[in-house]
Design a protein. Structure first.
Length: 367
């Protein structure tokens, strides 16, 4: 039925095949889609269970088998984009010939709506934790060698910890390190590291526990989720980012992507709302970027500044927005991204509509 529904929209159901040599087992997924890339495929194998989830629009194609023989922990993933083919190469532990790949597990060889796949978790290791502001830290998690996963721009994941016997799950938006020029990172391991900017609330449920983890401890991390699409950037000329507090996190990758990949882009402006100067995340990095790239401007607005602050003050308001949201050309194509505390985002959307921006010109990040 689902395949039928998808077929009506165009794409046909994916399929898979496998073959082997003495030392390798190659699994091939034919997505029958052209816009497949390394972001589209999530692979995990834990013990002998092998699971590959291919995201195709709002659906997931799942391959899930109990392998018939043992394989090494690490594997490689390759995508042949123009034909939508995915190849996953597993290394056999022993050079025996496999008669079959394995036995089917939950949802094997099925195409299901993404919202129905459930959250699948793998354990990541805490690699580092560095203070960014007085209450925000940059956490680096490392995926296990037995997982392939990349979090697409504008999407979040869930982190899970067991706290006094109860599993607690909260969403977080990975950031990229492009604002941190002094960053040292082994290039080869690039895709294994996932960075998060997380504010620790001393009386919060989850963040104090996260903060208490030691380097080397593990945290479970889910598959990515979210409805932001990079197609929203097509032919974009003006990008406006409205962020409050840690609502800045989705803006980091967006900023990087827009400045590097959108040739039509003329202007990117970030209005960053915080309570005090001390709360501003990566202030000097943002100022440096604005200095370096003339297309980018940043403005800080404080709701509880000291008397010395001579920048903008207050909460999100019609006056602040109408001054800030000036198109670089009369009819330029704009996108406004907004993220922060729920009342901030809700009020912002209301004000944007009052300023005659259409639904298509606004992307709000919410749970
Ligand atoms: P909580 O226990 O939720 O408490 C947070 C604060 O609210 C505390 O000060 C607490 O005292 C207060 N509080 C709790 N309940 C109430 C109540 N009923 N009334 C009034 N006050 C209350 N955060 C980040 O730091 N970085 C991110 O990248 C990030 N990404 C997110 C992505 C998404 C899609 C969403 C929805 C949220 C994201 N968040 C992010 C927020 C994050 O998910 C958590 O909400 C946050 O870390 C707080 O969790 P906590 O359990 O520590 O605090
Ligand atoms: P904060 O309390 O430090 O406030 C930052 C600024 O938000 C304030 O200076 C003010 O300008 C504005 N603000 C706060 N409350 C407001 C209100 N009631 N009305 C209008 N403006 C208001 O913010 P924080 O503690 O960093 O919280 C960030 C929020 O962003 C969290 O609620 C978090 O869940 C959310 N967040 C959401 C996503 C997402 O949905 N994708 C991602 C990251 C963060």
């Amino acid at each position: 039925q689902v395949s039928d529904a998808l077929a009506k929209e165009g794409p046909s159901s994916p399929s898979y095949d496998w073959f082997q040599t003495d030392s390798l087992v190659t699994i091939v997924i034919y997505t029958k889609q052209k816009d497949i890339n390394l972001d589209s495929i999530i692979v995990d194998h834990q013990d002998n269970s092998f699971r590959a989830e291919t995201v195709i629009k709002d659906y997931s194609y799942i391959m899930h088998v109990g392998l018939s023989h043992e394989v090494e922990e690490d594997f490689s993933v390759r995508v042949v984009e123009n034909v939508g083919k995915i190849e996953i190469v597993l290394k056999k532990k022993e050079t025996t010939s496999w008669k079959r790949l394995g036995h089917p597990l939950e949802n094997h060889n099925s195409l299901i709506p993404r919202k129905d796949t459930g959250l699948y978790y793998r354990k990541c290791q805490l690699i580092s934790k560095e203070g960014v502001t007085h209450d925000t830290k940059l956490f680096c998690l490392m995926l296990p060698p037995s997982a392939h996963l990349q979090v697409p721009i504008g999407q979040h994941v869930y982190l899970k910890l067991t706290i006094t016997g109860t599993e607690i799950v909260k969403p977080y938006t990975p950031v990229s390190d492009f604002l941190l020029s002094e960053f040292k990172e082994p290039v080869l391991l690039n895709n294994k590291y996932i960075y998060f900017l997380i504010k620790i609330y001393p009386d919060g449920l989850f963040t104090p526990e996260l903060d208490h983890l030691q380097i080397g401890d593990s945290v479970s991390l889910s598959n990515p989720e979210g409805n932001f699409k990079t197609s929203q950037f097509q032919e974009l000329e003006d990008l406006f980012l409205l962020a409050a507090g840690t609502g800045f996190t989705p803006m980091v990758k967006i900023l990087n992507y827009a400045l590097t990949n959108i040739p039509s882009l003329r202007k990117v402006k970030l209005m960053f709302f915080n309570k005090t100067e001390d709360d501003i995340i990566w202030r000097s990095q943002l100022e440096k970027l604005a200095f370096k790239d003339k297309r980018f401007d940043v403005e800080f607005v404080l709701s509880a500044p000291t008397s010395e602050w001579n920048g903008k003050r207050g909460h999100i308001s019609p006056a602040l927005l109408s001054e800030f949201l000036k198109r670089s050309l009369d009819k330029s194509k704009v996108l406004i991204c907004i993220c922060g505390p729920t009342p901030f985002t809700e009020q912002g959307i209301r004000l944007l509509h009052e300023l005659n921006f259409s639904k298509d010109e606004i992307h709000s990040f919410t749970a």
